[in-house]
Design a protein around this ligand. Structure first.
Ligand SMILES: [Zn+2]
Length: 488
């Protein structure tokens, strides 16, 4: 056999193997049968969410005593609105305003599960008020939507969870394993008095959780380039948050007799170097996501994915194009604050900047700091960690667990046979506070959202469709039962 024939055969064989690998990826999940869901009168959860939105539980950085009144009102509203749930749940108030509920299970040998949520919402910027199509704190129900702050983040989930517990109690359901439900009061400003204290309390009591569900993933589309069909994403981890301070000293004086570079120039150069030298990309987490939605990808993408050992640079190039997917493959940075100078003809005595980093799991503060020093490589720039704005790492949960598998199954039973994929969250939630008492932290809000809805979160015209809210209630009624009875 000639060398040419040999090489050709090897290449053909290789391409064939690569082709077969991508075909296997295409058919990566089995179809599930739909299940019967509880009947929900759609007016009820919509009305309750509307009432919840009207209670202005706003979190802001400077809180006066007076600002906490709505939080107590929210407690009373819950109590009054869900009497059956409150008759079986044990309630404990943590840090005055956060709520921890326990639905005692029959079998104490099973580890409990926890459903995490929060009652606080972000403020509405005054300048955006006239863009709102409905008043943000009136809880208006119109055109099939409940409008207002908290409709998607995350009073919808509080209402859906309580609505479903109320119904399960009516049906005389009693869980085998204990179920905790938490409603934090300061998630939007770090969760340090709410979720962190709830977790500390549970830890003191020796509680270890089998699984936890918080907000994060949803059923959405347009998340990944070239994919415009719906898929469900379950959050399995959060990026670490780190801010670095950059500082340079200058020699003040008249600008008519300047040095080659002022303190401002030194800082500007450092920032430009950082922008030109991003942290390297890594695909390990995103590959799980892409494999989960592989059936929706165009064939070329499937082919590249199934053979990522050879096409890694191509996949990175593709994902780097969108800021959303770029954030999923590397530690990102953004220069967010810059200060320096007082007058156009005075040399600045100093200049400083803040650079905010979001760390990909696996990258550490030390690694980022070392990289920044190497890139800037300028002794005139002092680099320090902004300790007030550093949150610590959050572990990534495995997806090989009964809790994840049942979550995935129920998503597909409720939302049809859509692909379900794990996803790294690029923002923070309360869940990270529970890391010490739980290895399996998952993030999912059971509703379908359009791509433009993502901008409504913390933005203007936040709203949820009345029908999606019904789906949420049905989903939680099912998940509470499945997790409540499963022996994991
Ligand atoms: Zn939230």
């Amino acid at each position: 056999m000639s060398v040419v024939v040999l090489v050709t055969s090897i290449v053909v064989l290789l391409v064939l193997v690569m082709f077969l690998k991508s075909l296997r990826l295409k058919h990566s999940f089995e179809t599930v049968e739909p299940v019967e869901l509880i009947k929900v009168d759609k007016e009820i959860p919509a009305r309750h969410l509307s009432e919840a939105i009207r209670i202005k539980t706003i979190s802001q950085s400077l809180m006066e005593r007076e600002d906490y009144k709505p939080f107590l009102q929210f407690h009373n509203w819950l109590d009054k609105t869900y009497p059956k749930a409150h008759a079986v749940l044990q309630r404990k108030i943590i840090s005055e305003f956060s709520l921890l509920y326990l639905w005692q299970g029959l079998d104490t040998s099973l580890k409990p599960v926890l459903f995490s949520s929060h009652m606080d919402v972000v403020p509405v910027e005054r300048s955006t008020m006239d863009v709102w199509e409905a008043s943000p704190f009136k809880g208006e129900i119109k055109n099939g939507f409940v409008w207002g702050r908290g409709a998607l983040d995350m009073k919808h989930q509080v209402v859906a969870i309580f609505e479903s517990i109320e119904r399960l109690v009516e049906m005389s359901y009693q869980p085998k394993r204990s179920i905790y439900v938490t409603i934090g009061h300061d998630e939007e400003i770090s969760g340090k008095n709410g979720a962190r204290q709830i977790a500390a309390y549970l830890k003191r009591k020796g509680v270890q959780l089998a699984a936890l569900l918080d907000e994060g993933g949803m059923v959405s589309q347009g998340m990944i380039p070239y994919v415009d069909q719906k898929a469900a994403f379950i959050g399995i981890g959060e990026k670490e948050y780190l801010t670095l301070n950059l500082y340079a000293k200058g020699s003040p004086g008249h600008s008519s007799n300047p040095p080659r570079q002022t303190a401002i120039g030194v800082i500007a150069r450092a920032l430009a170097l950082l922008d030109d030298n991003r942290m390297p990309a890594r695909l390990n987490l995103i590959l799980q996501t892409l494999e989960g939605i592989a059936s929706l990808l165009p064939f070329q993408f499937q082919f590249a994915l199934a053979n990522s050992w050879i096409f890694k640079p191509v996949i990175i190039k593709l994902l780097e194009k969108q800021t959303q997917t770029n954030a999923l493959i590397r530690t990102t940075h953004a220069s967010t604050v810059i200060k320096g100078g007082i007058k156009d003809n005075v040399l600045p005595a100093e200049a400083s900047a803040k650079v905010n980093f979001r760390l990909l799991p696996g990258d550490t503060r030390e690694k980022v700091l070392k990289n920044v020093h190497n890139v800037i490589n300028d002794a005139r720039v002092k680099i320090t960690i902004d300790e007030a704005d550093a949150w610590g790492a959050c572990k990534v949960s495995t997806i090989q667990t009964p809790a994840y598998n049942t979550l995935e199954l129920i998503i597909r039973q409720v939302f049809g046979n859509i692909p379900v994929a794990p996803l790294l969250l690029i923002f923070a939630t309360d869940a990270r506070h529970y890391q010490e008492i739980c290895d399996h932290l998952y993030h999912f809000s059971p509703l379908r959202v359009a791509p433009e809805d993502m901008k409504r979160l913390h933005g203007v015209n936040e709203r949820i469709s009345v029908d999606e809210l019904v789906k949420m209630v049905q989903f939680f009624a099912r998940l509470l039962r499945v997790w409540g009875d499963a022996e994991f």
